[in-house]
Design a protein around this ligand. Structure first.
Ligand SMILES: [Cu+2]
Ligand SMILES: [Zn+2]
Length: 272
Protein backbone atom coordinates (compact mmCIF):
# COMPACT_ATOMS: atom_id res chain seq x y z
CA UNK A 1 0.00 0.00 0.00
CA UNK A 2 2.84 2.24 0.90
CA UNK A 3 4.33 1.65 -2.50
CA UNK A 4 1.18 2.85 -4.10
CA UNK A 5 1.13 5.95 -1.96
CA UNK A 6 4.72 6.93 -2.69
CA UNK A 7 4.29 7.38 -6.35
CA UNK A 8 1.01 9.11 -5.83
CA UNK A 9 2.70 11.71 -3.61
CA UNK A 10 5.41 12.15 -6.13
CA UNK A 11 2.80 12.90 -8.78
CA UNK A 12 1.15 15.40 -6.53
CA UNK A 13 4.47 17.16 -6.04
CA UNK A 14 5.16 17.44 -9.71
CA UNK A 15 2.18 19.67 -10.52
CA UNK A 16 3.36 22.11 -7.88
CA UNK A 17 6.64 22.42 -9.73
CA UNK A 18 5.01 22.68 -13.10
CA UNK A 19 3.26 26.00 -12.50
CA UNK A 20 6.61 27.46 -11.60
CA UNK A 21 7.99 26.42 -14.94
CA UNK A 22 4.99 27.89 -16.74
CA UNK A 23 5.52 31.20 -15.02
CA UNK A 24 9.00 31.53 -16.40
CA UNK A 25 8.04 31.75 -20.08
CA UNK A 26 5.20 34.00 -19.10
CA UNK A 27 7.68 36.40 -17.59
CA UNK A 28 9.83 36.28 -20.68
CA UNK A 29 7.03 37.45 -22.94
CA UNK A 30 6.48 40.88 -21.45
CA UNK A 31 10.09 42.01 -21.95
CA UNK A 32 9.77 41.13 -25.66
CA UNK A 33 6.66 43.20 -25.97
CA UNK A 34 8.23 46.14 -24.21
CA UNK A 35 11.21 46.19 -26.51
CA UNK A 36 9.58 47.42 -29.77
CA UNK A 37 8.12 50.70 -28.49
CA UNK A 38 11.46 52.36 -27.76
CA UNK A 39 12.79 51.27 -31.17
CA UNK A 40 10.07 53.01 -33.21
CA UNK A 41 10.84 56.55 -32.16
CA UNK A 42 14.53 56.00 -32.77
CA UNK A 43 14.38 54.42 -36.19
CA UNK A 44 11.76 56.50 -38.13
CA UNK A 45 10.57 60.08 -38.57
CA UNK A 46 7.34 59.50 -36.75
CA UNK A 47 8.49 61.57 -33.83
CA UNK A 48 9.65 64.43 -36.03
CA UNK A 49 6.41 64.52 -38.00
CA UNK A 50 4.51 64.53 -34.78
CA UNK A 51 6.42 67.61 -33.71
CA UNK A 52 5.93 69.27 -37.08
CA UNK A 53 2.23 68.64 -36.98
CA UNK A 54 1.92 70.05 -33.55
CA UNK A 55 3.96 73.07 -34.55
CA UNK A 56 1.86 73.63 -37.66
CA UNK A 57 -1.35 73.42 -35.78
CA UNK A 58 -0.22 76.05 -33.35
CA UNK A 59 0.56 78.77 -35.90
CA UNK A 60 -2.66 78.12 -37.78
CA UNK A 61 -4.58 78.54 -34.60
CA UNK A 62 -2.72 81.71 -33.77
CA UNK A 63 -3.08 82.97 -37.39
CA UNK A 64 -6.86 82.99 -37.20
CA UNK A 65 -6.98 86.30 -35.36
CA UNK A 66 -4.56 87.73 -37.95
CA UNK A 67 -7.11 87.00 -40.70
CA UNK A 68 -9.65 89.32 -39.14
CA UNK A 69 -8.28 92.56 -40.61
CA UNK A 70 -8.17 91.12 -44.14
CA UNK A 71 -11.80 91.87 -45.07
CA UNK A 72 -10.90 95.54 -44.81
CA UNK A 73 -8.59 95.11 -47.82
CA UNK A 74 -10.61 95.67 -51.01
CA UNK A 75 -9.99 93.03 -53.62
CA UNK A 76 -10.19 94.29 -57.23
CA UNK A 77 -13.10 92.92 -59.22
CA UNK A 78 -13.50 92.67 -62.98
CA UNK A 79 -16.61 92.23 -65.08
CA UNK A 80 -17.56 92.41 -68.74
CA UNK A 81 -20.56 92.66 -70.99
CA UNK A 82 -21.03 91.82 -74.63
CA UNK A 83 -23.87 93.81 -76.13
CA UNK A 84 -25.76 92.90 -79.29
CA UNK A 85 -29.27 93.24 -80.75
CA UNK A 86 -31.85 91.35 -78.74
CA UNK A 87 -29.20 90.69 -76.10
CA UNK A 88 -27.85 87.83 -78.16
CA UNK A 89 -24.63 87.93 -80.11
CA UNK A 90 -25.28 87.52 -83.85
CA UNK A 91 -28.96 86.91 -83.16
CA UNK A 92 -30.93 87.37 -86.36
CA UNK A 93 -28.12 89.17 -88.09
CA UNK A 94 -26.61 87.80 -91.27
CA UNK A 95 -22.85 87.83 -91.62
CA UNK A 96 -21.50 91.23 -92.51
CA UNK A 97 -24.72 92.95 -91.67
CA UNK A 98 -24.23 96.25 -89.87
CA UNK A 99 -25.57 95.72 -86.39
CA UNK A 100 -24.78 97.42 -83.14
CA UNK A 101 -22.60 95.27 -80.96
CA UNK A 102 -19.66 95.68 -78.66
CA UNK A 103 -17.72 94.87 -75.55
CA UNK A 104 -17.70 96.68 -72.24
CA UNK A 105 -15.31 95.84 -69.41
CA UNK A 106 -15.55 97.02 -65.83
CA UNK A 107 -12.78 97.13 -63.24
CA UNK A 108 -13.26 98.15 -59.65
CA UNK A 109 -9.93 98.57 -57.86
CA UNK A 110 -11.26 100.64 -54.97
CA UNK A 111 -14.61 100.80 -53.18
CA UNK A 112 -15.15 104.31 -54.53
CA UNK A 113 -14.67 104.09 -58.29
CA UNK A 114 -15.38 101.70 -61.13
CA UNK A 115 -13.59 102.03 -64.46
CA UNK A 116 -15.75 101.34 -67.49
CA UNK A 117 -14.14 100.74 -70.87
CA UNK A 118 -16.17 100.28 -74.00
CA UNK A 119 -15.99 99.76 -77.72
CA UNK A 120 -19.24 99.67 -79.61
CA UNK A 121 -19.56 99.30 -83.39
CA UNK A 122 -22.45 99.48 -85.86
CA UNK A 123 -23.66 102.84 -84.58
CA UNK A 124 -25.11 105.75 -86.47
CA UNK A 125 -23.03 108.89 -86.18
CA UNK A 126 -23.77 110.88 -83.04
CA UNK A 127 -24.85 110.37 -79.44
CA UNK A 128 -26.51 107.25 -78.12
CA UNK A 129 -27.87 106.75 -74.63
CA UNK A 130 -25.75 104.35 -72.60
CA UNK A 131 -27.20 102.82 -69.45
CA UNK A 132 -27.28 99.92 -67.07
CA UNK A 133 -30.76 98.46 -66.90
CA UNK A 134 -32.23 96.50 -64.04
CA UNK A 135 -32.45 93.01 -65.53
CA UNK A 136 -30.59 90.73 -67.91
CA UNK A 137 -33.88 89.30 -69.15
CA UNK A 138 -33.78 89.19 -72.93
CA UNK A 139 -36.77 86.89 -73.41
CA UNK A 140 -38.35 89.68 -75.44
CA UNK A 141 -35.06 91.10 -76.64
CA UNK A 142 -33.67 94.24 -75.02
CA UNK A 143 -37.24 95.32 -74.30
CA UNK A 144 -37.54 92.92 -71.36
CA UNK A 145 -34.42 94.21 -69.58
CA UNK A 146 -36.55 96.51 -67.43
CA UNK A 147 -35.94 100.18 -66.59
CA UNK A 148 -32.70 101.95 -65.77
CA UNK A 149 -31.12 100.41 -62.66
CA UNK A 150 -32.46 102.69 -59.93
CA UNK A 151 -32.13 101.13 -56.45
CA UNK A 152 -32.28 104.52 -54.72
CA UNK A 153 -35.53 105.57 -56.42
CA UNK A 154 -34.14 108.74 -57.97
CA UNK A 155 -35.02 110.58 -61.19
CA UNK A 156 -33.13 110.15 -64.42
CA UNK A 157 -30.07 112.35 -64.90
CA UNK A 158 -26.56 112.48 -66.22
CA UNK A 159 -23.60 110.56 -64.80
CA UNK A 160 -22.22 113.65 -63.06
CA UNK A 161 -25.54 114.66 -61.49
CA UNK A 162 -26.46 114.10 -57.87
CA UNK A 163 -29.98 113.22 -58.99
CA UNK A 164 -29.57 110.23 -61.26
CA UNK A 165 -30.27 106.56 -61.57
CA UNK A 166 -27.28 104.36 -60.75
CA UNK A 167 -27.54 103.11 -64.32
CA UNK A 168 -27.32 106.56 -65.93
CA UNK A 169 -24.04 106.69 -67.83
CA UNK A 170 -24.86 109.42 -70.33
CA UNK A 171 -24.01 109.00 -74.00
CA UNK A 172 -21.49 107.28 -76.19
CA UNK A 173 -20.69 108.91 -79.52
CA UNK A 174 -20.57 107.05 -82.79
CA UNK A 175 -17.90 108.36 -85.15
CA UNK A 176 -17.85 108.34 -88.96
CA UNK A 177 -16.99 104.64 -88.88
CA UNK A 178 -19.93 103.89 -86.63
CA UNK A 179 -17.66 103.23 -83.68
CA UNK A 180 -17.67 104.55 -80.14
CA UNK A 181 -14.69 103.86 -77.94
CA UNK A 182 -13.70 105.23 -74.57
CA UNK A 183 -13.06 104.80 -70.89
CA UNK A 184 -14.43 106.62 -67.89
CA UNK A 185 -14.90 106.19 -64.14
CA UNK A 186 -18.13 106.19 -62.22
CA UNK A 187 -18.73 106.48 -58.48
CA UNK A 188 -22.10 104.72 -58.30
CA UNK A 189 -21.39 101.59 -60.37
CA UNK A 190 -20.35 98.75 -58.04
CA UNK A 191 -19.29 95.20 -58.82
CA UNK A 192 -20.00 93.83 -55.35
CA UNK A 193 -22.26 94.44 -52.42
CA UNK A 194 -25.91 95.33 -52.14
CA UNK A 195 -25.94 97.52 -55.25
CA UNK A 196 -23.78 95.38 -57.50
CA UNK A 197 -24.53 95.60 -61.21
CA UNK A 198 -23.37 92.03 -61.82
CA UNK A 199 -26.23 90.13 -63.45
CA UNK A 200 -27.83 93.33 -64.76
CA UNK A 201 -27.52 94.62 -68.31
CA UNK A 202 -25.84 97.27 -70.41
CA UNK A 203 -28.04 99.02 -72.95
CA UNK A 204 -27.19 101.05 -76.05
CA UNK A 205 -29.99 103.28 -77.35
CA UNK A 206 -30.78 104.62 -80.78
CA UNK A 207 -31.21 108.23 -79.68
CA UNK A 208 -29.24 110.64 -77.51
CA UNK A 209 -29.89 110.68 -73.77
CA UNK A 210 -31.05 114.21 -72.80
CA UNK A 211 -29.72 113.61 -69.25
CA UNK A 212 -33.03 114.52 -67.66
CA UNK A 213 -33.05 118.03 -69.15
CA UNK A 214 -35.54 117.44 -71.96
CA UNK A 215 -39.28 117.11 -72.40
CA UNK A 216 -40.84 115.47 -69.37
CA UNK A 217 -44.50 116.15 -70.11
CA UNK A 218 -45.39 112.45 -69.77
CA UNK A 219 -43.51 111.20 -66.72
CA UNK A 220 -45.21 107.81 -67.05
CA UNK A 221 -42.23 106.88 -69.16
CA UNK A 222 -44.39 105.36 -71.85
CA UNK A 223 -43.96 107.93 -74.60
CA UNK A 224 -40.44 108.40 -75.82
CA UNK A 225 -39.63 112.07 -76.19
CA UNK A 226 -41.82 113.09 -73.25
CA UNK A 227 -40.26 111.30 -70.25
CA UNK A 228 -36.88 112.92 -69.78
CA UNK A 229 -36.71 112.26 -66.04
CA UNK A 230 -37.45 108.56 -66.52
CA UNK A 231 -35.64 107.43 -69.66
CA UNK A 232 -33.73 110.45 -70.94
CA UNK A 233 -35.79 110.06 -74.12
CA UNK A 234 -33.06 107.86 -75.51
CA UNK A 235 -35.33 105.96 -77.86
CA UNK A 236 -35.15 102.38 -79.05
CA UNK A 237 -32.93 99.77 -77.41
CA UNK A 238 -30.52 98.68 -80.15
CA UNK A 239 -28.06 96.51 -78.22
CA UNK A 240 -27.91 94.92 -74.80
CA UNK A 241 -26.16 92.19 -72.87
CA UNK A 242 -25.67 90.75 -69.40
CA UNK A 243 -22.93 92.03 -67.11
CA UNK A 244 -20.86 89.01 -66.14
CA UNK A 245 -18.25 88.81 -63.41
CA UNK A 246 -14.69 88.03 -64.53
CA UNK A 247 -12.59 88.80 -67.56
CA UNK A 248 -14.00 88.64 -71.10
CA UNK A 249 -13.63 85.26 -72.86
CA UNK A 250 -10.77 86.73 -74.89
CA UNK A 251 -8.45 89.40 -73.57
CA UNK A 252 -8.43 92.66 -75.56
CA UNK A 253 -4.94 91.92 -76.91
CA UNK A 254 -6.13 88.60 -78.26
CA UNK A 255 -9.29 90.11 -79.66
CA UNK A 256 -7.19 92.55 -81.64
CA UNK A 257 -5.77 89.64 -83.63
CA UNK A 258 -9.16 88.09 -84.28
CA UNK A 259 -11.10 88.87 -87.44
CA UNK A 260 -13.91 86.47 -86.73
CA UNK A 261 -16.53 89.10 -86.21
CA UNK A 262 -16.39 88.69 -82.45
CA UNK A 263 -16.53 91.49 -79.95
CA UNK A 264 -14.60 94.59 -81.04
CA UNK A 265 -11.16 95.31 -79.73
CA UNK A 266 -10.06 98.06 -77.41
CA UNK A 267 -7.59 100.66 -78.50
CA UNK A 268 -8.16 103.16 -75.78
CA UNK A 269 -5.63 104.96 -73.67
CA UNK A 270 -6.25 106.11 -70.15
CA UNK A 271 -7.72 109.43 -71.24
CA UNK A 272 -11.39 109.82 -70.59
CU1 LIG B 1 -31.45 102.65 -71.29
ZN1 LIG C 1 -31.95 106.74 -66.03
Amino acid sequence: MSCCCMPSKAVEEEPTEAPAEVEVPAQQVPPVEEAPPPEEPRGCCAVDYAHMNSEESQPSASSEPELEPEPAIFEPISAYCEVAPQGKRCNGASEGEMVCKGLITLHQDTPELCEIRYKITGLEVGEHGFHIHEFADFSEGCKSAGPHYNPHLRQHGGPDDEERHVGDLGNIVGNADGEAEGVFEDKLIKLSGEFSVIGRSFMVHEDPDDLGLGDDTDPSGKINGQCSKVTGNAGARIACGEIMIGEPPLAPAELEQEDSGGPPTFNVGNTV
